[in-house]
Design a binder for this molecule. Sequence first.
Ligand code: PEP
Ligand code: MN
Length: 387
Amino acid sequence: MSVHSKEWSRDSWKSMPIHEQGIAYPDMAHLNHVLQRLAELPPLVSPASIESAREQHAAAARGEAFLLVGGDCAESFDDIKTDIISQKVSLLANQANHIEAVTGLPVHVTGRMAGQYSKPRSQLIETLADGRRVSAFRGHNINGPDIADREPDPQRLLPGYWHSVAIMHVLSTAEKVHTAHEALHLPMEAALTKDRSNTSATFLWVGERTRQLDGAHLEYVRGLRNPIGVKIGPSTSPADLLNTLGRLCYDREGEEGRVTIITRFGAEKVGAVLPALVEAVRASPFRPVWMCDPCHGNGFTKSGVKTRKTTTLLSEVAQTIRILDRFGAHLGGLHLEQTGEEVTECVGPESLVSDDLGKHYTSLCDPRLSGTQAMWLVERVAEIVVE
Ligand code: PEP
Ligand code: MN
C-alpha cells in the first residue's frame, strides 16, 4: 500500500519512523500514564475556532486575507506573567492593524503561543566544558534548561497543558487570536486529538527537521481537520515539495489553504531556491498558502550568542514577495519569532536599537525580535506588499 492511500488514524504515525528527533524517555509507563490523563482533559481550542482557522487559511490562499503568526521560539513556563503575555498580544494586534491599514486586507492573527513547548534541535546532545555529554534543552514540555534537568520527564506535559490553559484564558479576551505550535511531540499531540481535530491549537506545523516523506510527523498531521503547515529549507527540490503536498493533501488536493508552506531559506539563498518551487506549485493542483519565516535561515553567532539581523530578515521577505509575484502567486502570511518585550536578542536596524546583545537576552532558544524591531519589520513588509 502506498503512503498516500494508507488509512489515517490519530495513532497511524506510530508505525512510521520518527527519524532523529525522538524523545528518549527513561520510563515509558510513566509517559503512558501522563498521556491518559491528558486525553481526559478538556480541549484547549473549540471545533468552531478550527473551522474559522480553515476559512482564514483558505482566504489567504486566494489572496483575500493575510496571516500573521508570531511568538517565542520556545515558550517558557516562567513567562506566564500578565505583562509578558499582554505585551505579546498587543504587539500582534498593532502589527495586524498596521498591515490591514496599509494593504486593505483582513489580517488574521495566530499566536505562536499556548503550547510552543517542544523543540527540535540540530544537536540533540550537548558537550559541556568538563566533557560531560547531556541531552540538549528540548523545550519545557520535555526537559529543563538547567544542566541538572536535561533528562526528559513526561510529568512536564501536565504543567505544559495548564500553562497553555492560562494563556488561552488571556487570549480568549483578545479579538481574533488563534494559536499555533510545532507538532513535534507526537505522543502528546495524539493524546490531545479528538476525532480528526488536534484540540491543542488551531494551526500546527511540521518543522524542517521532521518533514521526511515516510516519517511519523507528516503522517500524524495529514489526517487532521486543522490547517497544517510545513517548513521548508533551502535543500527542498520541486519534487520534494510536490510529494510533500501530495502526502498532506491526499484526500483534498485542490482545497485552498489546506497546507501552508512556510519558507525559511535565508536571504542569500531564497533567490536561487524559491522560483522553481513556486513554478512547480503553480502548475500543480495544490492551492497552499505561501508564508515566509525569515528568521530560521538567517541566524549567526555574535559574541558567543545566537542572533539575527533585522535588515537581513527584511531582505528575505522582500525577495520572497517579489518572486511570488513574478510567478502569479502572492505572500499569504508571515511567521516571526518575536516578543513584545524590549529584549536584545536580534540586531539592528541601526537607527532604532543599539546592538548590545548582553543587555536583555532571555530567550530559551532562538533570538526573538523585540517589540520595536518586530513592528519595524512589519511596517516595511506592508509597504512592499502594496508596491
Ligand atoms: C522553529 O520554528 O523554531 C524551528 C525550529 O523552525 P525550523 O523547523 O524551520 O528550523
Ligand atoms: Mn526557532
